[in-house]
Write a protein that binds this ligand. Structure first.
Ligand code: ADP
Length: 491
């Protein structure tokens, strides 16, 4: 790209002077405009910013000082050279005060003119360069401040707490989440030493990191805000490395991990309970088998048969517990494969009831059903069978001899409502409140002889939740219970 020609405005009322200058300057590859009087000089000089102005001081219409004043007003760093045949100290002082770059007496020879113009244009180039630099700096400053305000907005909107500390241990930056996660009530000033502000265990980590030789090591630390584990945060400390490779501070990101901690605690409680529940029947079976192997029950085969049958029962219970556990773990892991089809609710319930034929007869239970026609749900058949198996199984298990079970289905808004009512042992309010807890089994005189895993309703609840349904329970101790399940109806 060729540099554009410098543009010069010559303001002179003398034609010979104007044209003479034009000729000399154009030979120097400069572009020249001329104005034949002061008024025109102001008009042209203000309308366009020339690289150089030659202004004759004495002109009949408008004095050169006025032209100079107007141009300087429009372009304060314009380079104006004042030329006059009537050289006087006075005019030199006035024009210099007005900001003229130079003052040159007429007449001047071409070489002198070329020399002056060359120096003036060099000066002009310097001015333009400075201006460009200033504009660039201005633009960059605007960009930087925009960037900074964008960053500030993002940092302050983060849920994670952010803290930045310099190598001297002064707090450089933090956000609101940082204060609230660590429950720091006082306001922190930028520049404050971190030790005066942060919890002691956190300060110790930071001190160790800032004083250690490890440049690139990140450290994680759990900080318990409310013991024992009511509120726990995880603080991550990472050194900030400068361009020269040295550590210039550290950044700490703080995250609330209370919910994760609670899940951890629940998981280990679950494993603990599961192990306990698995161990009880196994130990019983082991005991029975030892009696049999040791022939410790005498000669009567009846007794041996009795313990073998009990072993078998406990083993069956164990298998059903393991099946329940597997079901729960598949549902929680999300690995359960569901085949969703439209299922007729009446069909499902009738199938389940017929699978319980023996148990119903054993307990002399009467079944009453009231089905609304044509109710369907979109669901996996095995899962629905499991759901009704647990609910109807419980209505049988926890019923009384000669009791009854009433099952009704009806459309309730967007849901299909399935109510299973039994005339069984019912529950106390305390038992009812704990109904859906893992492994919960009511312990009273009626339940002592009834076997179960305490996981059936956990499974029921998980299935109902998986289909965005609801479950309601009403129960009265020694009177009976009603379990009502609401599943989204398929149209
Ligand atoms: P399980 O029946 O294997 O013990 P569940 O999770 O199905 O496990 O039930 C948990 C407990 O809730 C039962 O042990 C029982 O105490 C109580 N329960 C459940 N259903 C009924 C019911 N229909 N009537 C009375 N109590 C019930």
């Amino acid at each position: 790209m060729s540099t554009p020609k410098a543009k010069i405005l010559v303001v002179d009322d003398e034609l010979g002077m104007r044209e003479g200058m034009r000729r000399i300057l154009e030979m120097q590859n400069l572009q020249v405009d001329t104005a034949d009087n002061g008024t025109q000089g102001v008009e042209m000089g203000v309308a366009y910013e020339y690289d150089l102005y030659f202004i004759d001081l004495k002109m009949p219409d408008l004095d050169g000082t006025e032209v100079l004043r107007s141009i300087k007003l429009a372009y304060p760093d314009a380079i104006c050279i004042v030329a006059t045949a009537f050289a006087s100290i006075d005019s030199a002082v006035t024009t210099t005060q007005l900001g003229a770059y130079r003052y040159i007496p007429k007449p001047f020879d071409p070489d002198e003119l070329v020399h002056i113009v060359k120096i003036a244009l060099e000066r002009r180039e310097l001015i333009l360069q400075t201006r460009r630099l200033q504009e660039e700096r201005q633009k960059r400053m605007i960009e930087i401040s925009r960037e900074q305000s964008r960053l500030r907005t993002i940092i302050s909107a983060l849920d994670d707490g952010i803290l930045v500390i310099n190598q001297q241990g002064e707090i450089v930056l933090f956000n609101k989440a940082f204060l609230s996660l660590l429950e720091l009530k006082q306001t922190i000033a930028v520049g404050e030493p971190f030790q005066t502000v942060l919890p002691q265990d956190m300060s110790k980590q930071i001190e160790a990191l800032l004083s250690g030789n490890e440049q690139f090591k990140s450290i994680q630390q759990e900080i318990i805000i409310h013991p024992p584990a009511e509120k726990v945060v995880m603080a991550n400390f990472t050194p900030i490395i400068g361009n020269d490779g040295t550590r210039i501070g550290l950044v700490s990101v703080i995250r609330d991990i209370t919910a994760l901690k609670k899940i951890d605690v629940l998981r280990s409680q679950f494993v603990n309970m599961a192990a306990h529940e698995l161990k009880a029947p196994l130990s019983a079976v082991q005991g029975y088998l030892e009696l049999i192997v040791d022939k410790a029950l005498g000669q009567s085969t009846d007794l041996y048969d009795h313990y073998l049958t009990r072993s078998l029962d406990r083993t069956k219970a164990l298998v059903s517990l393991i099946n329940d556990l597997l079901n729960i773990s598949r549902m929680e892991a999300g690995t359960l494969r569901r085949e969703i089809t439209s299922l007729d609710i009446q069909n499902l319930i009738e199938q389940t009831l017929s699978s319980f034929d023996n148990e119903l007869k054993q307990h002399d239970l009467t079944i009453k059903t009231e089905f609304e026609n044509n109710l369907h749900v979109l669901a996996d058949q095995h899962e629905m069978q499991r759901l009704f198996n647990h609910l109807i199984g419980n209505a049988i298990k926890y019923n009384v001899q000669n009791g009854s079970i009433a099952i009704s289905t009806n459309r309730d808004g967007h849901y299909v409502k399935i109510a299973i009512q039994d005339t069984g042992i019912g529950m106390t309010p305390e038992e009812k409140a704990r109904l859906f807890e893992d492994f919960f089994r009511a312990k009273n005189e009626y339940t002592r002889t009834i076997t179960g895993t305490g996981l059936g309703l956990t499974i029921v609840k998980k299935i109902v939740d998986a289909y965005s349904g609801m479950i309601e329970v009403e129960s009265e101790f020694e009177k009976g219970s009603t379990f009502a399940v609401f599943l989204p109806a398929s149209e």
